[in-house]
Design a protein around this ligand. Sequence first.
Ligand code: ADP
Length: 491
Amino acid sequence: MQSAQKLKVLFITSEIYPLCKTGGLGDVSASLPVALQNLQTDIKILLPGYPSVMQGVKYKRKISEFKELQHFPPTTLLAGKLALSKTESLSVLVIDCPGLYAREGGPYLDAGGYDWPDNALRFGLLSKIGAILSSDASPLKWQPDIAHCNDWQSGLTPAYLHFHSGAKAPTVITIHNLAFQGNFAPGTVIQLGLPASSFNVHGVEYYGNLSFLKAGIYYADHITTVSSNYAKEIQKEPLGFGMQGLLTTRSKQLTGIINGIDIEKWNPETDPHLAKNYSSKKLSNKSFNKAVLQQRMGLDVDDAIPLFGVISRLTYQKGTDLLIQIIPDFVKLPAQLVILGSTHVELEAQLMSLAKEYPQSIAVKIGFDEALSHLIEAGSDCFLMPSRFEPCGLNQMYSQRYGTPPIVHATGGLVDTVVNLTPDTLANGTASGFSFSPITTGNLFSTIQLVVETYRNTKTWQKLQKNAMAKDFSWQASAAAYQEIYRSLIA
Ligand code: ADP
């Protein structure tokens, strides 16, 4: 296809792996654009210039300046490349605004774990530049056919575009997690240069505040979310988080598209973070990773004890509190648990004290550690994901690819990606993990007991591992589904 005919997409995001990642959005913002590129899409990523982005984006050159952008500090737009592998790179547009982004800490929180007090301005600017570049006010020659926003941080782009009277690109907003809404005091509307009239139930207002996400859902031409099941769940209580009415009104423009994963990066046959690579044909090498993981985490090195893994934000959403409650019974099974995560300080402290109490069985690493997360996927026998809700979830897909059947609560994307072990699913070759519902400590624990029992039956366990490893979690079909939506909007 000639490059002139390629669909041009501006992908607006607040995270991208490997420069800045706090969760699934970071992974998706790298892997979906690569998949779209492979489908002949001309895609550029628009990102805030955090220090890690300024450092990691190569061949940067200034392409425009916004010296007198009303309501925002002076800003420079840089263009550069983000190399993802030897063969893959992405074109990136970086918003260089040192007053808002040149600071140590996370993208949303300061080092003490508190929201940056100027988050409305930080992500208002991301949304605003996204809107300018997607309209005839853009200083660039490259004009997108579609503006693709992600989560609340770019939720105001469709609102700014709505109030722009000139030519503009249609917009898509993807909800990666409806629980994060970007809600700010009403005065923010004027501070960010939105018309006062937009502060309305038919506009950006949400229960008396300005909501970035509500604005995106209200004004975008199309809404997607990251699994079909979650698309249904958010149109009802309780997972609609107050937006179920609006989402139901817009249900004809709401599509659930399951996330894919980067199958190159998450490949047990080539993963450089593993102690030994393996495939479904050579599963014996997987247990070498288990021994290395047990040793590294200070657990008893014993292949006979089932080892469970958790890699997660440690939060109420992820069910960390439920896990904590069952640990005294869990260690008696016997079973071992490795947990990698951070976020909620109190949950972190409770886990650390349990690790102290049961040092041979429970190991906890607080923090973000990409390399260890790969070893946990490979070295664990079973992955635990008792999320109260989960829009899509990535780890259950990584774990299936690594022959580590997951236990999941049957919610959101976990329903769409994990097939529960039953006599039928075992017989027809689809069983790939364990799911339970409703979410109670009793159900979680009895499913763990079932796993321990099944693990002892080597034949069934290996069948489950092989089924899981054979599943296709690539972006192929999902990227094509996004492209279909883009095309329908510009038709
Ligand atoms: P969410 O986006 O809700 O946090 P997802 O399952 O969609 O959950 O994605 C989480 C991503 O972040 C996965 O790639 C997971 O491996 C990674 N991750 C989460 N916590 C950590 C951690 N402490 N160290 C390394 N990777 C982590």
